[in-house]
Ligand binder design. Structure first.
Ligand code: MEV
Length: 323
């Protein structure tokens, strides 16, 4: 069988993180920095994986050991994805798998979700199955839950469908929004966020103070509903105000952090229309919406506050086959 190469974009959450785990909606955009996955036949019963960005450098395992192999956590998205695909669709065969990423796994752009989607889509094409986006989502989501136990799947939807998406937990609703490139500045904190422990922290808070936390979730949810309408009208001024409101609610969930706040306030003081953390919190990236005339000033303010500007276009194309 012919070697196949696919690529999937990274993502950034625009609004609705954390509450999306609990049945609420969020808005996410795909960014044009991509994860490439190539798959070919190895000719024996061995799976050879070269995926340096998730901690696997020329790793090999026998196909019967897919379930039991000891691999770093990031690489589990590959081995568990393979296992789930073989269980559901094909008899296992030996493969060589290579990944290459245009972005660092430290940014919070969703390298695990992009690699998972790349593996499932790549296998689908390699075996000539042409699975639908929905089938790719369901198998990828199963894989993410098997590996890390938590997650709404929003990042997988961005990697598969691309564009800017309104999303409800587990893919109950996935809707592409009619909005082109967003006026967004991305500031990287230099700190790696630990998504699983931040999700756990919010879950503990919710057990401790259920009414308070549910109130915050429904406030975030109504910001997302309003935000969806504003984005489709390209009303970035009012969308920006909602971003600031979302940020305050995230601070109430205790998922912010000093460095994120420094960058967000710097952007705010330099005239950003809106700014907030993007993703689990604690670190990774913040995002700001800006009027074109203020872009350089906002970027400089973020840099002076200790952030790194990442240039990436939003609304990127979803997973695709590369020639
Ligand atoms: C993390 O990027 C966003 C969370 O809402 C987790 C998820 O939705 O899977 C915290």
């Amino acid at each position: 069988m012919e070697r196949i190469k696919v690529s999937a974009p990274g993502k950034l959450m625009l609004m609705g993180e954390h509450s999306v785990i609990y049945g609420h909606p969020c808005i996410v955009t795909a960014v044009d920095q991509r994860m490439g996955v190539s798959i070919g036949e190895s000719g024996d019963n061995i799976i050879r994986i070269h995926a340096p960005e998730v901690g696997l450098d020329n790793f090999s395992l026998a196909i019967q050991n897919l379930d039991t192999a000891e691999v770093p956590k990031g690489a589990k998205f590959i081995t568990v994805g393979l296992r789930n695909f073989f269980r559901r669709f094909e008899n296992p065969i030996g493969l060589t798998i290579d990944t290459s990423s245009e972005f660092s796994s430290q940014f919070g752009f969703g390298s695990s979700s992009a690699v998972t989607v790349g593996i499932i889509k790549g296998l689908s094409e390699f075996f000539g199955l042409s699975l639908s986006n929905r089938q790719i989502f369901d198998l990828s989501y199963q894989t993410v839950l098997d590996v890390q136990g938590v997650g709404s799947g929003f990042d997988l939807a961005a990697a598969i469908w691309g564009g800017t998406i309104y999303f409800i937990t587990g893919g109950k609703e996935i809707k592409r929004l009619e909005v082109e490139n967003l006026p967004m500045v991305i500031g990287y904190t230099g700190i790696k966020a630990d998504t699983v422990s931040l999700v756990k922290k919010v879950s503990e808070l919710r057990t401790e103070k259920p009414e308070f936390i549910e109130q915050i979730f429904s406030s975030i949810s109504s910001l997302v509903q309003k935000g969806k309408v504003l984005l489709e009208k390209e009303d970035f001024v009012n969308f920006g105000k909602l971003m600031y409101a979302n940020q305050e609610l995230l601070d109430n969930l205790e998922v912010g952090g000093q460095k994120l706040s420094d960058l967000i306030y710097a952007a705010r003081n330099a005239g950003a229309l809106g700014a907030k953390l993007s993703g689990a919190g604690g670190g990774d990236c913040m995002i700001a919406f800006v009027d074109r005339k203020d872009k350089v000033e906002v970027e400089n303010a973020i840099i002076n506050a200790g952030g790194v500007i990442i240039n990436a276009r939003t609304g990127a194309q979803g997973v695709r086959i590369e020639k």
